[in-house]
Design a protein around this ligand. Structure first.
Ligand SMILES: Nc1ncnc2c1ncn2[C@@H]1O[C@H](COP(=O)(O)OP(=O)(O)OP(=O)(O)O)[C@@H](O)[C@H]1O
Length: 431
């Protein structure tokens, strides 16, 4: 098979799921994507952008609500036999040995036992597990279990290897090593698949491994654009070209209005419609750290120093952006003037600043405050707010939005919440 041949294609697919309370949630909308032989495609997006759903559609495990999936040019109507999967959760069978887990797919395909054993031994060798064939998964570390996950997929010699967040359940160092080894196998041309589709929320991982990065946006999941990674392999994370691309992707991911692939996305105010799930105390903590570091910091460096993934920091960074305390530009997060003032203010003043920013930036907070003020007893029920939120969000998301709003409004000394009676109260003396 020649490189460049179309192996898999989805055209204008939409996927909706029914909501428990009735109605539909559109998870993917009008998504088109082609996977060709010889390439690594990364699907990069935040949690909930429909990456795993898209992967399952490509694997033929679920059908799209609209649109078409093609395998080698023909419509796919069931599980895709050209695909093998590596899961975040390893998904090994605990009662089988490493060798038996690795052979499983071949046996199911009807390959005879001797041949299956030979192939599995070879695949285990590729992932550095010689000598562990007789071990059981529970005797292995997380990194080794995922090596078995890779071996089990490798024996199938699939046209397309699909990896769904394959390194994200591993500790940072183990993930780094395994990522490097998989990258090396691909580079040296002995990879047991013709192409890779990688689902990830890790920007550096996408830039390290992919030839093309598809950036997904959420609510509903759409492909915002595509970036070609033209950095020669082996890729050096410290090279200027690598860092510049990582920074550009951060820019795009933190700015919903940015144009993918444009050198310097226009610095429009971000259009946030959803409250990021960050606690006020966490936002405040982040701003203090930033202030201590001079008010500006490279996002990946900040995450590394805090022993976190950038993704862990994103809700607090998004929230700080929404509230006007910080900005993200070219992969750096920096304090605004009001953010700096907030970080240095004494307690009473900091709550006051938070209140002003909340009322200025979050229309829902202003609406709830106006409702409370309009009531003679200054109270409203949780259900009332949830009913409003339910119009715009799923039940679970409505609850999270409510919890975030209450947390922020309490921190702003604007509203009190009595969880036992599920009622919101106006704080009498707002100052
Ligand atoms: N079988 C299902 N039934 C109902 N809703 C679903 C189903 N599968 C996924 N969803 C919803 O679709 C949305 C996207 O989920 P998906 O797992 O595809 O996103 P993702 O980008 O892979 O996120 P994550 O990184 O958190 O896994 C979520 O809101 C999820 O709740």
């Amino acid at each position: 098979m020649e490189n460049g041949m179309k192996l898999l294609e989805v055209q204008q697919i939409t996927k909706t799921f029914p909501l428990p309370a009735g109605g539909q949630q559109t998870v993917l909308k009008h998504v088109s994507l082609t996977v060709k032989a010889g390439e690594v495609v990364a699907l990069l997006g935040r949690s909930g952008s429909g990456k795993s759903t898209l992967l399952r559609i490509l694997a033929g495990l679920i059908r799209p609500s609209e649109g078409i999936v093609r395998r080698n040019g023909k419509e796919l109507r069931g599980p895709n036999p050209d695909v093998a999967m590596v899961f975040q959760s390893f998904a090994l069978l605990p009662w089988l040995t490493v060798q038996e887990n690795a052979e499983l797919g071949l046996i199911a395909r009807g390959v005879d036992r001797d041949e299956a054993e030979k192939q599995a031994v070879h695949a285990l060798g590729m992932v550095g597990l010689e000598g562990f064939a007789g071990a059981y998964p529970k005797e292995l570390s997380g990194g080794m279990r995922q090596r078995v996950g890779f071996a089990r997929a490798f024996v199938m010699k699939p046209n397309v290897l699909m990896m769904d967040e394959p390194f994200s359940a591993l500790d940072v160092l183990t993930a780094e090593n395994l990522r490097g080894e998989i990258g090396y196998l691909w580079e040296k041309g002995s990879f047991p698949a013709k192409s890779i589709v990688l689902v990830t929320h890790n920007i550096e991982e996408a830039v390290l491994l992919a030839d093309r990065i598809m950036i997904l946006g959420a609510n509903p999941g759409v492909i915002r654009g595509e970036l070609a990674v033209e950095i020669p392999r082996p890729r050096d994370k410290n090279a200027a070209s690598f860092k510049a691309l990582v920074d550009h992707v951060y820019d795009v991911m933190t700015n919903p209005d940015a144009v993918v692939g444009e050198a310097s996305p226009t610095a429009k105010e971000p259009r946030f419609t959803v409250l990021p799930h960050a606690r006020a105390g966490g936002i405040s903590g982040l701003l203090e750290i930033l202030d201590e570091r001079g008010g500006k910091e490279d996002l990946p460096a900040l995450a590394e120093d805090l022993r976190l993934e950038v993704d862990d920091l994103m809700p607090a960074i998004d929230a700080a952006g929404l509230l006007g305390f910080a900005r993200v530009e070219h992969g750096d997060v920096m304090l605004t003037d009001i953010g700096r003032e907030f970080a240095n203010a004494e307690v009473h003043r900091s709550h006051h600043i938070f209140k002003d920013q909340l009322l200025e930036s979050v229309p829902l907070a202003t609406t709830v405050l106006a409702m409370l003020k309009s009531k003679r007893d200054g109270q409203i029920s949780r259900e009332f707010i949830l009913d409003i939120l339910d119009e715009h969000f799923t039940d679970a998301e409505a609850l999270r939005q409510f919890e975030t709003l209450v947390d922020w409004a309490r921190y702003a000394r604007l509203i009190n919440y009595d969880a036992a009676h599920e009622r919101l109260y106006l704080v009498e003396d707002e100052d």
